[in-house]
Design a binder for this molecule. Structure first.
Ligand code: 5GP
Length: 350
């Protein structure tokens, strides 16, 4: 046993210190970034915020809404191959040529998962990005499966995770990933930290993993733990190339979640992809050898996602103006975090 005594921080432990700036309006801030990927040499341009591959968040409808603003969607893995075909064909009729550039098709790493992934990519060759998602990205088997997928699809952008430490980011990048998903335990409906005691504070995970990835010309996506637009700004400030959101995008029409009526209020069911609810829906229940590591909750119904997006992007632009970053790309360089023991003033919180 060993104890690491270095300080590790989460979003709640810091604020971004304001800096002198020549920007006079947040409308002068560009949130677009262009990335070139290490294995494919492909480039992507857009606002690097993405919907999580959860079945009430990363849906086809969400992908359509987010792509209109240049944002990305990791589409969940439970759509049948035929629905992918319809989705890919429909984008021509709705005139969203960039839609398929802004979605990833998600997959687990069982042979049956990869077989389905290959069938989707065969029928929808325009899809550019694959999201290989496992709860624990530290297994040797995961590394081998990434290598296989890279060999099969040399021209696709591969996003893989989740991990939280630099050495494993390097391993996944060297094995074939272009983007590494970072985050174990911070998610809004995740119970990994309570069920297993395993995890890593997200802000420190971002700082350490971004450093490792950038050294190898790779990217990271900070996955999980953002509760407000300020956290998204902190994630980018810490060095994240992309930020993935689950809970912050839950409760909208595009997620297609079940709408519930509680005490006269409309709410939407939201659950983790390893929750009992998800396992019963897709795997016929929780297998004897495992525990569910996700919650099932209900969130207020919030209508179309459009307003929420404006709110998040507005907050992020404002964060950039506070530190004088005219482009999102400059935010990390211009960020100094201050450690704090308070965040918002709670006096009027309900
Ligand atoms: P959020 O933005 O809601 O805080 O976090 C979203 C992320 O939580 C997802 O992208 C995924 O990595 C993680 N997640 C989703 N469902 C589960 C689950 O059931 N268990 C765990 N441990 N993590 C989950």
């Amino acid at each position: 046993m060993r104890i690491e005594a270095d300080l590790k921080l989460g979003f709640k432990d810091v604020l971004i210190r304001p800096k002198r700036s020549t920007l006079s309006s947040r409308s002068q801030v560009s949130l677009e970034r262009t990335f070139k990927f290490r294995h494919t040499g492909r480039t992507w341009t857009g606002i690097p915020i993405m919907a999580a591959n959860m079945d009430t968040v990363g849906t086809f409808a969400m992908a359509g809404a987010l792509a209109r603003h240049g944002l990305f969607t990791a589409v969940h893995k439970h759509y049948p191959v035929e629905e992918w075909e319809t989705f890919a064909a429909a984008r021509r009729t709705v005139g969203q040529d960039h839609l398929l550039a802004n979605v990833a098709v998600s997959s687990g790493i069982l042979d049956s998962d990869l077989d389905k992934l290959n069938r989707i990519l065969e029928r929808c060759p325009e899809l550019a990005c694959i999201c290989l998602d496992v709860a624990n990205g530290y297994s040797e088997h995961f590394v081998q499966q990434i290598g296989k997928v890279r060999a099969w699809h040399p021209d696709k952008i591969i996003m893989a995770g989740n991990v939280v430490t630099g050495e494993m980011v390097e391993q996944l990048l060297l094995s074939g990933a272009d983007i590494v998903k970072v985050g174990i335990g911070p998610g809004s409906v995740c119970t990994t930290r309570v069920k297993t005691g395993v995890g890593y504070p997200q802000l420190s995970a971002i700082i350490e993993c971004a450093d490792a990835a950038h050294g190898l010309s790779g990217q990271i996506v900070s996955d999980g733990g953002c509760t407000c637009a300020g956290d998204v700004a902190k994630a980018f400030g810490a060095g994240a190339d992309f930020v993935m959101l689950g809970g912050m995008l839950a409760g909208h029409d595009e997620g297609g979640g079940e709408i519930l009526e509680q005490d006269g209020q409309r709410r939407v069911r939201f659950y983790g992809m390893s929750s009992r609810t998800a396992m019963e829906k897709y795997s016929g229940g929780v297998a004897d050898y495992r525990a569910s590591e996700g919650k099932t909750v209900s969130v207020p119904y919030r209508g179309p996602v459009e307003e929420t997006l404006k709110d998040i992007l507005g907050g992020l632009r404002s964060a950039c103006t506070y530190v004088g970053a005219s482009q999102l790309k400059e935010l990390t360089k211009r960020t100094t975090f201050v450690r704090v023991s308070e965040q918002e003033n709670p006096v009027f919180n309900e």
